[in-house]
Design a protein around this ligand. Structure first.
Ligand code: SAM
Ligand code: SF4
Length: 467
């Protein structure tokens, strides 16, 4: 990557957002339908288009909008849903984010940073459940060794082997790093570096981040520039919905995305859409200043799916099973399952006085998989792209003409078969095998042939086979 001058801020243009929102708010059905037609070309949408969709409330237009998002999702992602689990290694934090249970002054939370042995134990449990991807999460204060604690934790996660399983991709959600630290993170073989701006509205940002390093809006918003400059080309962005008007946030996110595309030739790999959930010791989390209704939440997912069709959308277990199901069709491509947000939570179960926020979906992985498969989605544990170096621009080059489907569909089925043989309950295995048979029927003859060969290899005992 070239040595460009690193951005010290990314200006979010409030005026153009307000103008786009005012223009978009004119109830113009023809304009909405034009934008939906544009979305079907799979080339993405611009900020004014997004503003038009954000204002839709008419039930008929809303139904058309959801229908278009479903078509875009189906065209690009088919029926695959990638699974992962978060791993909270530490809840130590030096920041004061008013919405988070881990904030420094919150005495209601018991603090704990896992030792490497404890991390290995947690990973063994996740591997025994069938997980292949972990999202490492931590507060912004590390035990005595500092940032190398995170590097060591990644090494520990990759080192665990249990039965036929191991973690094949570690994504990371930790506070913004320096360029040099990002280079170290890249060398530790991470998949995606994930960081949420929380709110792109600077005044709101200053109100809810009252102390600590995280108060520096510019250091945070420019983190992805440093990560990409350091060679991490899969980055994941996000907004914490409920802090400010979601329409503003989504348009500002579009500006952030365009900035990354213009500077680095590629946008984010994923977008996360967390909604504020109740958190121990936080008033703001229980009573969000700008609550997002369930209908608006579905709109957000649909709009993002159409606006940046090749960027994955992640749905966490903050949401209830029902909301999660509804958003799969609208655009979600990755989900967490069986999650805990307290360090040590997989061994010791959920403990409210150590957790970051309350969960909406408490089901174990096996149950989520059974549910997803019975709805006709293919649970995927694939990690092939990252390990074959198909990341950043290379991934997008494959993804944009739709070629990635050839790989993903096959790899989803082989990794799902691995899961069914090694980890599933008899009930889930039966639902899953039917799902695989149905999926094979829908494939082109050529793709079906490849998938069948690889599935037979898995049945014969091979693991980690992919195209
Ligand atoms: N400490 C780092 C940071 O703040 O970026 C990384 C990990 S932090 C534990 C991960 C994310 O959790 C935050 O970016 C925030 O969006 C989300 N979060 C915090 N409090 C939350 C709450 N009450 N409900 C939902 N999500 C929350
Ligand atoms: Fe700390 Fe992150 Fe929670 Fe803020 S959101 S208090 S930085 S863990």
């Amino acid at each position: 990557m070239s040595h460009k001058t690193l951005a010290t801020t990314i200006p979010i243009d409030h005026e153009s957002i307000e103008t786009a929102l005012t223009y978009g708010a004119q109830k113009d059905a023809a304009r909405v339908r034009d934008v939906l037609a544009k979305a079907l070309t799979l080339k993405g949408l611009d900020m004014p288009d997004v503003a038009v969709l954000a204002s839709v409330s008419d039930p008929e237009l809303l139904a058309e909008m959801f229908d278009t998002a479903k078509k875009v999702k189906e065209e690009i992602y088919g029926r695959r849903l990638v699974l992962f689990a978060p791993l909270y290694v530490s809840n130590l934090c030096a920041n004061e984010c008013l919405y988070c249970a881990f904030r420094k002054s919150n005495r209601l939370v018991r603090r704990r940073a896992l030792t490497q042995e404890e991390i290995a134990r947690e990973v063994e449990i996740l591997v025994s459940q069938g997980h292949k991807r972990i999202l490492l999460v931590a507060g912004e204060s590390y035990p005595v060794e500092g940032f190398p604690y995170i590097l060591k934790s990644i090494e520990t996660i990759y080192s665990v082997k249990k039965g036929n399983g191991e973690i094949r991709r570690v994504n990371v959600n930790v506070a913004p790093l320096t360029l040099e630290e990002f280079r170290e993170l890249k060398a530790a073989r991470i998949g995606t570096y994930q960081l949420f701006q929380e709110t792109y509205h600077r005044d709101t940002y200053m109100k809810v981040h009252v102390d600590g390093k995280k108060r520096d809006f510019d250091w945070r918003i420019t983190a992805m520039d440093r990560a990409m400059e350091a060679g991490i080309d899969d980055v994941g962005v996000g907004i914490l919905f409920g802090l400010f008007d979601w329409r503003f946030e989504v348009l500002a996110l579009m500006q952030h995305i365009r900035h990354l595309e213009q500077t680095f030739g590629v946008g984010p790999h994923t977008i996360s859409v967390p909604r504020l959930e109740p958190a121990c010791g936080s008033d703001i989390a229980t009573q969000p200043p700008y609550p997002v209704s369930d209908v608006d939440f579905r709109k957000i997912v649909a709009i993002l799916r159409m606006a940046v069709p090749y960027t994955g959308i992640i749905m966490s277990t903050r949401e209830t099973p029902n909301i999660r199901r509804e958003t799969f069709a609208l655009g979600v491509s990755q989900i967490s399952a069986g999650s805990r947000t307290n360090p040590g939570g997989y061994l010791e179960d959920e403990q409210e006085d150590m957790s970051q926020f309350s969960l909406g979906d408490h089901r174990p992985l096996d149950e989520v998989i059974r549910d997803v498969a019975s709805l006709g989605y293919i649970p995927s544990f694939c990690t092939a792209c990252y390990r074959l170096g198909r990341t950043g621009q290379d991934f997008m080059d494959l993804a944009k003409p739709g070629k990635i489907k050839d790989h993903c569909d096959v790899n989803a089925l082989t990794t799902f078969m691995e899961y069914l043989i090694d980890y599933a309950s008899p009930e889930t295995r039966s639902v899953g095998e039917k799902c695989i048979q149905e999926s094979l029927k829908r494939m082109t003859p050529e793709r079906r042939r490849t998938a069948k060969i690889l599935i037979e290899q898995v049945k014969a005992g091979s693991r980690d086979v992919f195209v």
